[in-house]
Write a new protein. Structure first.
Lengths: 111, 114
């Protein structure tokens, strides 16, 4: 049984560019949450998707947007990249419980 | 909003000793408290969790305790092994039975020395 998968593993972008990160939830899971983890910090909640809609949102600007597909996979989009967006982006999935399982993350570097 | 404080930031123990990591939370409505282990280059791995209707939970060498009155919870690892070396994060959420946003502590780097 595959766990949460994310792609790509690493990504390098320049300031002002746009980026799309992808997440496939654990089999049977229908809820996807995205977190940003800066170096040396704990993960910060960005938003959560359920039934293809954003259900909760953390304190992140509108440059951060997302999408959930009918197969429950999800994308995180970040526009107008800033140097401060450099971080590990984590996806977590769940199904009808509070328990969230994390993927390996995508390391984004903005130059 | 919820604020979770975690300490110590670093912890070094000898193999076989016990390790204790403590967290406090601010929002009395929080009722779900997971602990995650994160190894270098990997995502956080859930190791144990506890809900507010339970005071203690054990899973082999790992235990978590919760004091709702004081709003703090702790992770206890007994008989530590080198493979326990990692960064540990506590988190809190207002669990509703469906995943709610997790608020994380700042992490504890545990080093188990031989």
């Amino acid at each position: 049984d595959a766990g949460v998968t994310q792609s790509p593993t690493h990504l390098i972008k320049t300031r002002g560019q746009q980026v799309t990160l992808r997440c496939s939830p654990k089999s049977g899971h229908d809820t996807v949450s995205w977190y940003q983890q800066a170096l040396g910090q704990g993960p910060q909640f960005i938003f959560q998707y359920y039934e293809e809609e954003e259900r909760q949102r953390g304190n992140f600007p509108d440059r951060f947007s997302g999408h959930q597909f009918p197969n429950y996979s999800s994308e995180l989009n970040v526009n107008a990249l800033l140097l401060g967006d450099s971080a590990l982006y984590l996806c977590a999935s769940s199904f009808s419980t509070d328990t969230q399982y994390f993927g390996p993350g995508t390391r984004l570097t903005v130059l | 909003g919820e604020n979770v404080e975690q300490h110590p930031s670093t912890l070094s123990v000898q193999e076989g000793d016990s390790a204790v990591i403590k967290c406090t939370y601010s929002d009395s409505a929080s009722n779900y408290f997971p602990w995650y282990k994160q190894e270098l280059g990997k995502g956080p791995q859930l190791i144990i969790d506890i809900r507010s209707n339970v005071g203690e939970k054990k899973d082999q060498r790992i235990a978590v305790t919760l004091n709702k009155t004081a709003k703090h919870f702790s992770l206890h690892i007994t008989e530590t092994q080198p493979e326990d070396s990692a960064v540990y994060f506590c988190a809190a959420s207002k669990g509703t039975g469906t995943a709610s946003k997790l608020t994380f502590g700042t992490g504890t780097r545990l080093q188990v020395t031989l």
